[in-house]
Design a binder for this molecule. Structure first.
Ligand SMILES: C[C@@H](O)C(=O)SC[C@H](NC(=O)CC[C@H](N)C(=O)O)C(=O)NCC(=O)O
Ligand SMILES: [Zn+2]
Length: 210
């Protein structure tokens, strides 16, 4: 079993690493069926900002970048609309994006009162834990987890991916991408084995295996 390079260190030691290491995740790109529909959902329901749009007519696609701050300091979501394609099969490998918010109950009410989004898992402690979470699918079905946390410079705090072999993924993300394994959490009662990998605080990638 791979052991985390940071797993045994105290948090204050681990947090020193990002101050020296300037690598960071820049964006995640995925395809959507209606750009304006998704932009409306992400800005009105999740509180993101539309950072920029770029149309590439010669290639028949349009991109839109959204996030909670400028791209030179914050992680961004890059939406791709391919002309004439209005739906995609997301597949089972993608888990969720996560947004940190100080009051998930209030955010869930905002989302419920919108005309574009819904809550599919009511706010409450996560199964097997105490962190208050909720879930809201976006218009294409990409899942957003809402996590109750204190203030943060990067609310877009997580990408959860399901993987077929955890140690193989840990090896790739550490050796090929230069990430660090911060900790692991096994939730046997839910047949879950997942752990976060720190790319550069405060953004991290959560990897999960069933
Ligand atoms: C750490 C926090 O950000 C999480 O995402 S834990 C949420 C928890 N995850 C799972 O159960 C993963 C295993 C599942 N089989 C899957 O593949 O998604 C979750 O979704 N809990 C549900 C709840 O209602 O608490
Ligand atoms: Zn999560």
């Amino acid at each position: 079993m791979a052991t985390g390079s940071e797993a045994g260190k105290p948090a204050e030691v681990v947090l020193e690493w990002p101050k020296q290491d300037k690598k960071r995740m820049l964006h995640a790109v995925y395809r959507v069926g209606d750009l304006d529909r998704t932009i409306k959902c992400y800005t009105e329901c999740f509180g993101m900002k539309l950072l920029r749009k770029r149309d590439v007519p010669e290639e028949k696609y349009t991109n839109a970048f959204l996030g909670f701050g400028p791209e030179d300091s914050n992680f961004a979501l890059e939406l791709t609309y391919n002309y004439g394609v209005d739906k995609y099969d997301i597949g089972a490998g993608f888990g969720h994006f996560a947004i940190a918010h100080e009051d998930v109950y209030k955010l869930a009410e905002t989302i419920k009162s919108s005309s574009c989004c819904k809550i599919t898992r009511e706010p409450g402690p996560v199964k097997g834990g105490s962190t208050v979470i909720a879930f809201a699918p976006d218009p294409d079905g990409y899942m957003f987890e809402l996590i109750q946390r204190g203030p943060t410079p990067e609310p877009l705090c997580q990408v959860m991916l399901r993987v077929g072999e955890l140690d193989r993924s840990i090896m790739f993300y550490e050796k090929a991408l230069g990430m660090k394994l911060l900790r692991k959490k096994d939730v046997p009662q839910y047949k879950v084995y997942h752990m976060p990998i720190v790319v550069l605080m405060p953004f991290f990638l959560l990897i999960l295996i069933d």
